[in-house]
Design a protein around this ligand. Structure first.
Ligand code: SF4
Length: 252
């Protein structure tokens, strides 16, 4: 490993060689490196889908104590809240939950109604901005190293996902790590089965990607994994179907 990774302080001091070294590190090594070097300034942000749960299991073995954060838009299915509780119990940890700013939420609902996301792409993005992106930015303000469960096979917009990259958020660079970016859905499922990782119950009901109620629906066998997200926008390019957390923006 590049020697500068052993005691790297601010992520801004990591050079391209360090980034190459991070890109080549196994997932478990990335997790333990981040905890050792960045401590509480490193964390997993997860929606508790399969890839996030695999990362949590790896963390429990190689980097216990690494922060686990979720963005709770206050519209998740009951099954997701129960699943988060089950994962907390299984790994004996507390998940940090970041929720929408109450004033922003009240203003949005008063102006546009609860179901604005049906009206237009712009209003869906506004809803995601208030309920997801702004709380995610608040979470990121506490981090230098952001672990995410993005994988290249999840959608056409994610095929170039790097395992390690800098992103600009909150007016500064953050090291964004996707340790399982090159894993397939099959590899994820095999790991979960081998290590008895808790599985979100909605996968058994035909869901292949999970988000808020109404905005997430099950998929048919011939459909892409994220086809069930904002299904009424499926006439758009896949690239357009993101909530905004992974493409930047202020959130409100
Ligand atoms: S997924 Fe739907 S309900 Fe959830 S924040 Fe986005 S638009 Fe709003």
């Amino acid at each position: 490993m590049n020697s500068s990774l052993q005691d790297a302080p601010p992520v801004t001091t990591l050079d391209e060689t360090s980034l190459d070294a991070l890109n080549a590190m196994p997932p478990e090594a990335l997790l333990s490196w981040a905890l050792r070097v960045y401590g509480n300034r490193a964390g997993i942000i997860t929606s508790f889908q399969d890839t996030g749960c695999v990362m949590i299991d790896m963390m429990s073995r190689t980097a216990p104590g690494l922060r686990v954060i979720t963005i709770d838009p206050l519209r998740l299915p009951e099954e997701t809240y129960a699943h988060i509780d089950a994962v907390e119990a299984r790994y004996n940890m507390l998940v940090e939950r970041f929720q929408p700013n109450p004033a922003n939420l009240e203003r949005m609902v008063r102006q546009h109604g609860e179901y604005l996301f049906f009206d237009s792409k712009a209003k869906q993005e506004h809803c995601c901005g208030v309920r997801k992106v702004e709380p995610n930015l608040r979470a990121l303000a506490t981090l230098d190293v952001w672990f995410t469960g993005l994988r290249r096979d999840q959608s056409s917009a994610r095929t170039t996902t790097q395992r390690a990259q800098w992103v600009e958020r909150c007016g500064r660079p953050i090291l964004k790590l996707a340790p399982l970016a090159d894993w397939s859905a099959t590899e994820i499922r095999e790991y979960m089965s081998r290590h008895d990782v808790p599985v979100h119950p909605l996968y058994a009901e035909g869901y292949t990607s999970l988000g808020c109620v109404i905005c997430t629906t099950p998929t048919l066998p011939h459909e892409a994994p994220r086809a069930g997200r904002w299904r009424w926008f499926n006439y758009l390019e896949n690239d357009a179907k993101e909530c905004g957390i992974h493409i930047g923006g202020s959130g409100i």
